[in-house]
Design a protein around this ligand. Structure first.
Ligand code: HEC
Ligand code: HEC
Ligand code: HEC
Ligand code: HEC
Length: 381
């Protein structure tokens, strides 16, 4: 385990909030996008209207409360209909690994920010009231040596705007602000989105708001080599923050960051920004704290015990799942074992049980065998 992973785990375990117990597997949204294609989800599902129409557009399910357990619960509830559809259409059943489940989750989580539309009128006010127009102009330079918006590298996504700022650290704009004595303009996620919508419209550019976060593992390494980890430790550590940042929230954080960085901060390329954001997104997800006691009751109430506590039924006992059930394992297990389980339920005339996200967390906690007491690492006691 490298330093970052250790650090992440340390804070994940130490975090005493209401819903985190330990860090989940890191999901890679870029890889998740490939899984969405290679595992054929795209034949039936679309994401922002690209793809099949047999099942629902999966961008729709991703609201503020989207968590790995919510995804596991949705999958579970809809699985029998989905399997029937697979059979009817002669499509082989996907066989997801837990890593692929994590990657898909990261992808779905990231896409929810792709289509938030910008408000051009508001964007014009942002551009003007924050002084951008005063130094940059839109089409032609208004002060010498300062590029007009037309020649900015990208107007495609707020993250790419933040990246352009980091690519000239302390040179250029930040120095200009330091010298003029005005504070660096603090912009919100919505400000950035609206401003870009405005600039694209006056410059007559099409929208290409597509930004897929990169590999979280590589992003974790960059977080160290770019010097972020030097500041972001202790009370500034990113790991363990109970935030739910979208891509645009990260863009705003990175845009607003210069006033905080040391003068010798290093530039970040587009590719590096993708990875850093992939890392920052992925460390937000913790295994929510399911309640194993409640899970035990649910296991009975939903009649899971009718098979899973009866060895002759062919269903694996709880001990075979102990220590290895997380939300992602639940999704993987569902694709792998679900149809056989469904058939067994039909024989026993048990209706396919349904779960909400909290129930899914509770049952998984029970199957995993969490101790009921809150755990703390020895060095924090
Ligand atoms: C053969 C077509 C088909 C394939 C392939 C397919 N699905 Fe589905 N899926 C459906 C249908 C149909 C539904 C709606 C079922 C219902 O109404 O109960 C659905 C529902 C879902 C839901 C619940 C969505 C919601 O908003 O409630 C999720 C999540 C989901 N599928 C994920 C996936 C993933 C991930 C894959 C690929 C690994 C996949 N599906 C592959 C047909 C398919
Ligand atoms: C005090 C003058 C000043 C103000 C006000 C200002 N900038 Fe800048 N900006 C600069 C200078 C100087 C540079 C560095 C030279 C360059 O790259 O054009 C720069 C660079 C940039 C770049 C990088 C351009 C590139 O080619 O990579 C972006 C993007 C940018 N500014 C956006 C903005 C936005 C958005 C605002 C308003 C919130 C703003 N600037 C306000 C002076 C300013
Ligand atoms: C010189 C110290 C320093 C360095 C280097 C640094 N940061 Fe920060 N950063 C801060 C401080 C201070 C804050 C605001 C306080 C906080 O959120 O802990 C902050 C805030 C942030 C936030 C917003 C966090 C939130 O919860 O809103 C993000 C995202 C971030 N930094 C990412 C990075 C990345 C990525 C790097 C490396 C490329 C980096 N930082 C390098 C000091 C630093
Ligand atoms: C009618 C019998 C039956 C019922 C009721 C039943 N299961 Fe199962 N379950 C099975 C069988 C059989 C398998 C193994 C399928 C296989 O081998 O592919 C299985 C497998 C599983 C697995 C995968 C185990 C692994 O090793 O990865 C999980 C998780 C699971 N069940 C959870 C549940 C939950 C939660 C409930 C209650 C909501 C439930 N089951 C109710 C029969 C049942």
């Amino acid at each position: 385990m490298n330093g970052i992973a250790r650090l992440a785990l340390f804070f994940a375990l130490g975090y005493g909030g209401t819903c985190a117990t330990r860090q989940l597997l890191l999901g890679d949204a870029g890889r998740g996008r490939n899984v969405f294609h290679s595992q054929k989800c795209i034949l039936c599902h679309s994401v922002n209207s690209e793809g099949g129409r047999v099942g629902p557009d999966l961008a729709q399910m991703v609201d503020q409360g989207f968590t790995p357990y919510r995804m596991a619960a949705l999958l579970w509830n809809h699985a029998p209909t989905m399997w029937r559809n697979l059979e009817q259409n002669g499509i082989a059943r996907p066989n997801l690994t837990r890593q692929q489940a994590a990657d898909l989750f990261a992808y779905f989580y990231a896409i929810r920010c792709f289509e938030r539309p910008g408000d051009e009128g508001r964007g014009k006010r942002v551009f003007e009231s924050n002084g951008c127009a005063r130094c940059h102009g839109i089409d032609a330079p208004v002060s010498s040596g300062v590029a007009p918006a037309r020649s900015w590298q990208s107007l495609d996504h707020p993250i790419l705007l933040a990246q352009q700022m980091w690519s000239h650290p302390r040179a250029g704009m930040v120095t200009a602000f330091d010298q003029s004595g005005t504070p660096f303009p603090q912009l919100s996620a919505q400000d950035l989105t609206d401003m870009l919508a405005y600039l694209r419209s006056v410059l007559n550019r099409g929208e290409n708001g597509y930004f897929v976060p990169g590999s979280p593992e590589e992003g974790g390494e960059l977080f160290v080599t770019k010097g972020c980890a030097a500041c972001h430790q202790g009370s500034h550590a990113m790991e363990g923050r109970p935030t739910r940042y979208t891509l645009n929230d990260f863009a705003a954080a990175m845009w607003n960051h210069p006033q905080r960085t040391a003068p010798d901060s290093v530039p970040i390329s587009v590719e590096e920004m993708r990875r850093l954001v992939g890392y920052l997104l992925s460390i937000q997800f913790f295994e929510e704290r399911g309640d194993a006691e409640r899970g035990k009751l649910l296991f009975r109430k939903k009649r899971c015990v009718a098979c899973h506590e009866v060895p002759s039924s062919g269903a694996p006992g709880r001990q075979t799942m102990a220590g290895q059930m997380t939300s992602y394992d639940m999704m993987a297990a569902l694709w792998k074992h679900g149809p056989k389980m469904n058939a067994a339920m039909r024989r026993k005339k048990i209706r396919w049980p349904r779960f909400d996200a909290a129930e899914m967390a509770d049952v998984t906690a029970y199957l995993h065998g969490y101790e009921f007491k809150r755990r703390q690492p020895a060095n924090l006691r």
